[in-house]
Design a protein around this ligand. Structure first.
Ligand SMILES: NC(=O)c1ccc[n+]([C@@H]2O[C@H](COP(=O)([O-])OP(=O)(O)OC[C@H]3O[C@@H](n4cnc5c(N)ncnc54)[C@H](OP(=O)(O)O)[C@@H]3O)[C@@H](O)[C@H]2O)c1
Length: 305
């Protein structure tokens, strides 16, 4: 690939990740950012025709069926968006000789491993969402286009529905809250995933044989924590910053994941080994606390609470 500016088609521009990618990919090449109204992943013809119309060098797909509990009863829809549409993206990328950049999840694993999961570990999802995302990955590899499958976990952003916002909202309403303490992972900001994606695309665009980097990569912040410790950390920062919360870190109580009656089972171990990504793309992944601090700072400065 030459170092000219490649055309990028971004799908899911209003997802947590899509919002951040709109910023970080804008320095890589001309960006065509689409939402569900302009490209619906459930409409195969529309999907194909939009890709053929724009002929992007990179198709970056953040759009997905992400309602983990609802997926248990909307199986067909989850597979339609997370597998069938992804296969079409891969086929169109292959036809054009383009790259497909697609995001996947720690939920492809069952969380039973003692240490962090590597890209070599076999997926074994526990819920429909995880199965559908794993099926999307298989579809991309089956088609055989040039691809980056970027698996992340515990994703959050100031723009979106996620764990930090749920904790802040609960802490405003109640003077004590319960949080799951037996699940472990690395809270990862969409901001970080977007910046690293841009760095990856920048490298692909400048290499003589970028296809050698085609593959699956784990991308999370460094370090690890539990949901419980993460909640305490966030509320400590929020308390110190004077945000209007009733529950401070001393009012957070640990519970087991099993005590939550959610429709979908979640993996307890969401830790992903990121060494392959760091080695091959020479990127630095900061500790999760860095972006968690930034999250609270952004909420406070923008008066979002
Ligand atoms: N959130 C996490 O913790 C996490 C962890 C690991 C990996 N991931 C993966 O990372 C990616 C981005 O996640 P996210 O949390 O940023 O997503 P998100 O905020 O939940 O947004 C999902 C997006 O997909 C769009 N979408 C859903 N169905 C669509 C359809 N039929 N056609 C077009 N667009 C459709 C939604 O559009 P509407 O707004 O119109 O509904 C929404 O903008 C996903 O692939 C997800 O599986 C997420």
């Amino acid at each position: 690939m030459t170092s000219s500016s490649p055309k990028i088609l971004l799908l899911g521009k209003d997802s947590q990740l899509g919002w951040e990618l709109r910023r970080s990919l804008s320095t890589i090449g001309p960006l065509m950012a689409c939402d569900r109204q302009s490209v619906n992943l459930e409409n195969a013809d529309e999907l194909r025709s939009q890709i053929r119309l724009h002929q992007p060098a990179f198709i970056v797909n953040t759009a997905a069926y992400t309602a983990v509990d609802k997926a248990e009863t909307e199986q067909a829809k989850a597979y339609q968006i997370n597998e069938t549409a992804v296969r079409i993206l891969a086929e169109e990328a292959s036809r054009l000789g383009s790259w497909l950049v697609h995001y996947s999840t720690d939920y492809v694993f069952d969380g039973e491993k003692a240490g962090p999961y590597t890209e070599e570990d076999r997926p074994r999802p526990l819920n429909v969402y995880g199965h559908s995302k794993a099926a999307g990955e298989v579809a991309i590899r089956d088609v055989g286009c040039k691809y980056l499958i970027v698996r992340s976990g515990w994703l959050y952003s100031v723009h979106g529905s996620n764990f930090p916002w749920a904790i802040l909202r609960r802490a405003i309403e109640r003077d004590q809250i319960e949080v799951v303490a037996d699940s472990f992972g690395a809270p990862t900001s969409a901001h970080l995933v977007a910046d690293i994606t841009a760095a990856m695309l920048g490298q692909l665009n400048s290499l003589h044989k970028p296809e050698e980097l085609s593959g699956t990569y784990h991308l999370t912040a460094s370090g690890e924590t539990s949901w419980y410790d993460f909640a305490q950390f966030l509320l400590g920062l929020a308390h110190n910053r004077g945000l209007p919360i009733k529950a401070n870190p001393n009012h957070v109580f640990p519970v087991t994941g099993a005590s939550y009656a959610a429709a979908a089972i979640r993996p307890k171990n969401s830790r992903l080994d990121t060494s392959l990504l760091r080695d091959r793309f020479r990127v630095y992944l900061p500790d999760w606390k860095l972006h968690a601090r930034r999250f609270i700072e952004e909420v406070a400065r923008s008066r979002l609470l």
